[in-house]
Design a binder for this molecule. Sequence first.
Ligand code: LMR
Length: 394
Amino acid sequence: MFAALKPQDPDKILALMGEFRADTRQGKIDLGVGVYKDPTGLTPVMRAVKAAERRIWETETTKSYTALSGEPAYLDAMSRMVLADTLAADRTAMLSTVGGTGAIRQAFELARMGNPDVTVHVSDPTWPNHVSMLRFMGLPFVEYRYFDAETRGVDFDGMLADLGRAKKGDLILLHGCCHNPTGANLTAEQWAAVADLLDRSGAVPLIDLAYQGFGDGLEEDAAGTRLIVSRAPDAMVAASCSKNFGIYRERTGILLTQVADGSARDLAQGAMAYLGRQTYSFPPDHGARVVQTILDDADLKADWMAELESVRRTMLDLRQQLAGELRDLTGTDRFDFIARHRGMFSRLGATPEQVQRIKDEAAIYIVGDSRLNIAGLNEQTVPVLARAIVDAGV
Ligand code: LMR
């Protein structure tokens, strides 16, 4: 039965989590997995989440199944949060998913069902699990240039040139904000140019929106996504609630599929519900119910937005502090890109050897491609990291 099983390549982010746990050194610093930590190192349950959970506990009368595509009130609240007035409800199918990853996976499945010849275009680099899922599914994919190793910004000319190869019906995976792993993001003008390119090619965007509220603000971070969805006839958005609601382990996300012609909406909805049924049947409900309770209650929503905003500002302050420390230590502004990047991550542009040295000599864990999780820092550890970066010769 199990004779054909082979060891799997470890996921480098999850492997690093294990290595960190096993390290017995005092003062070790985890800048690996993308989890927000407050200055004391805790990933807190947000106030509004606690309040919503209490309310749900008091009022919930049944744990019977909800709808196969997920609780309609959750789908409604989340789709409005993500797309606001660009939501074309009569052309949009919605699925409550097992986290943002579940939404991405179902989007890949739906793309293949809709177009068996689909090629997926992914940024180079992208979140490693994007590529891993595509490989596992046997879906053809190509990379488009994204990161300029020199400026640590977006290589937009390269990106446009490579995406120019996309054919009608191909899928183009874009990061809606807070690009993972680089932290380098498109400007409003660049989003508009991507929309023009999609117009010309007929390729379909799939936007991975895992960090709404972590970059420039809740509305600002959705602006690129909204622009693309308002312009592209067919479009998919995979949004996660893991980070912005801090409910990582509840596995809460949504897949939104906009179809060009409203008459195809039911087909898309049916296909998405079918995909859910074939994978795990009904989606989990607790996280979705928490999110919906918060979004539909003015006081809870205001409190959640205030806490999210303070999380965002904490990360921006840490970016400023780190860039400043590195300016002082090196006497140059070559690390100023850290302050320009947005979201949890920045790609430092260090070599694997330098990343290893930082780990060996300073017990600081960053992903091998030199992605560091800014949210894993605090005021005290920023100078330690800056010194380690310089000592490693980055
Ligand atoms: C990350 O990139 O670190 C997060 O999205 C967590 C994960 O599952 O990899």
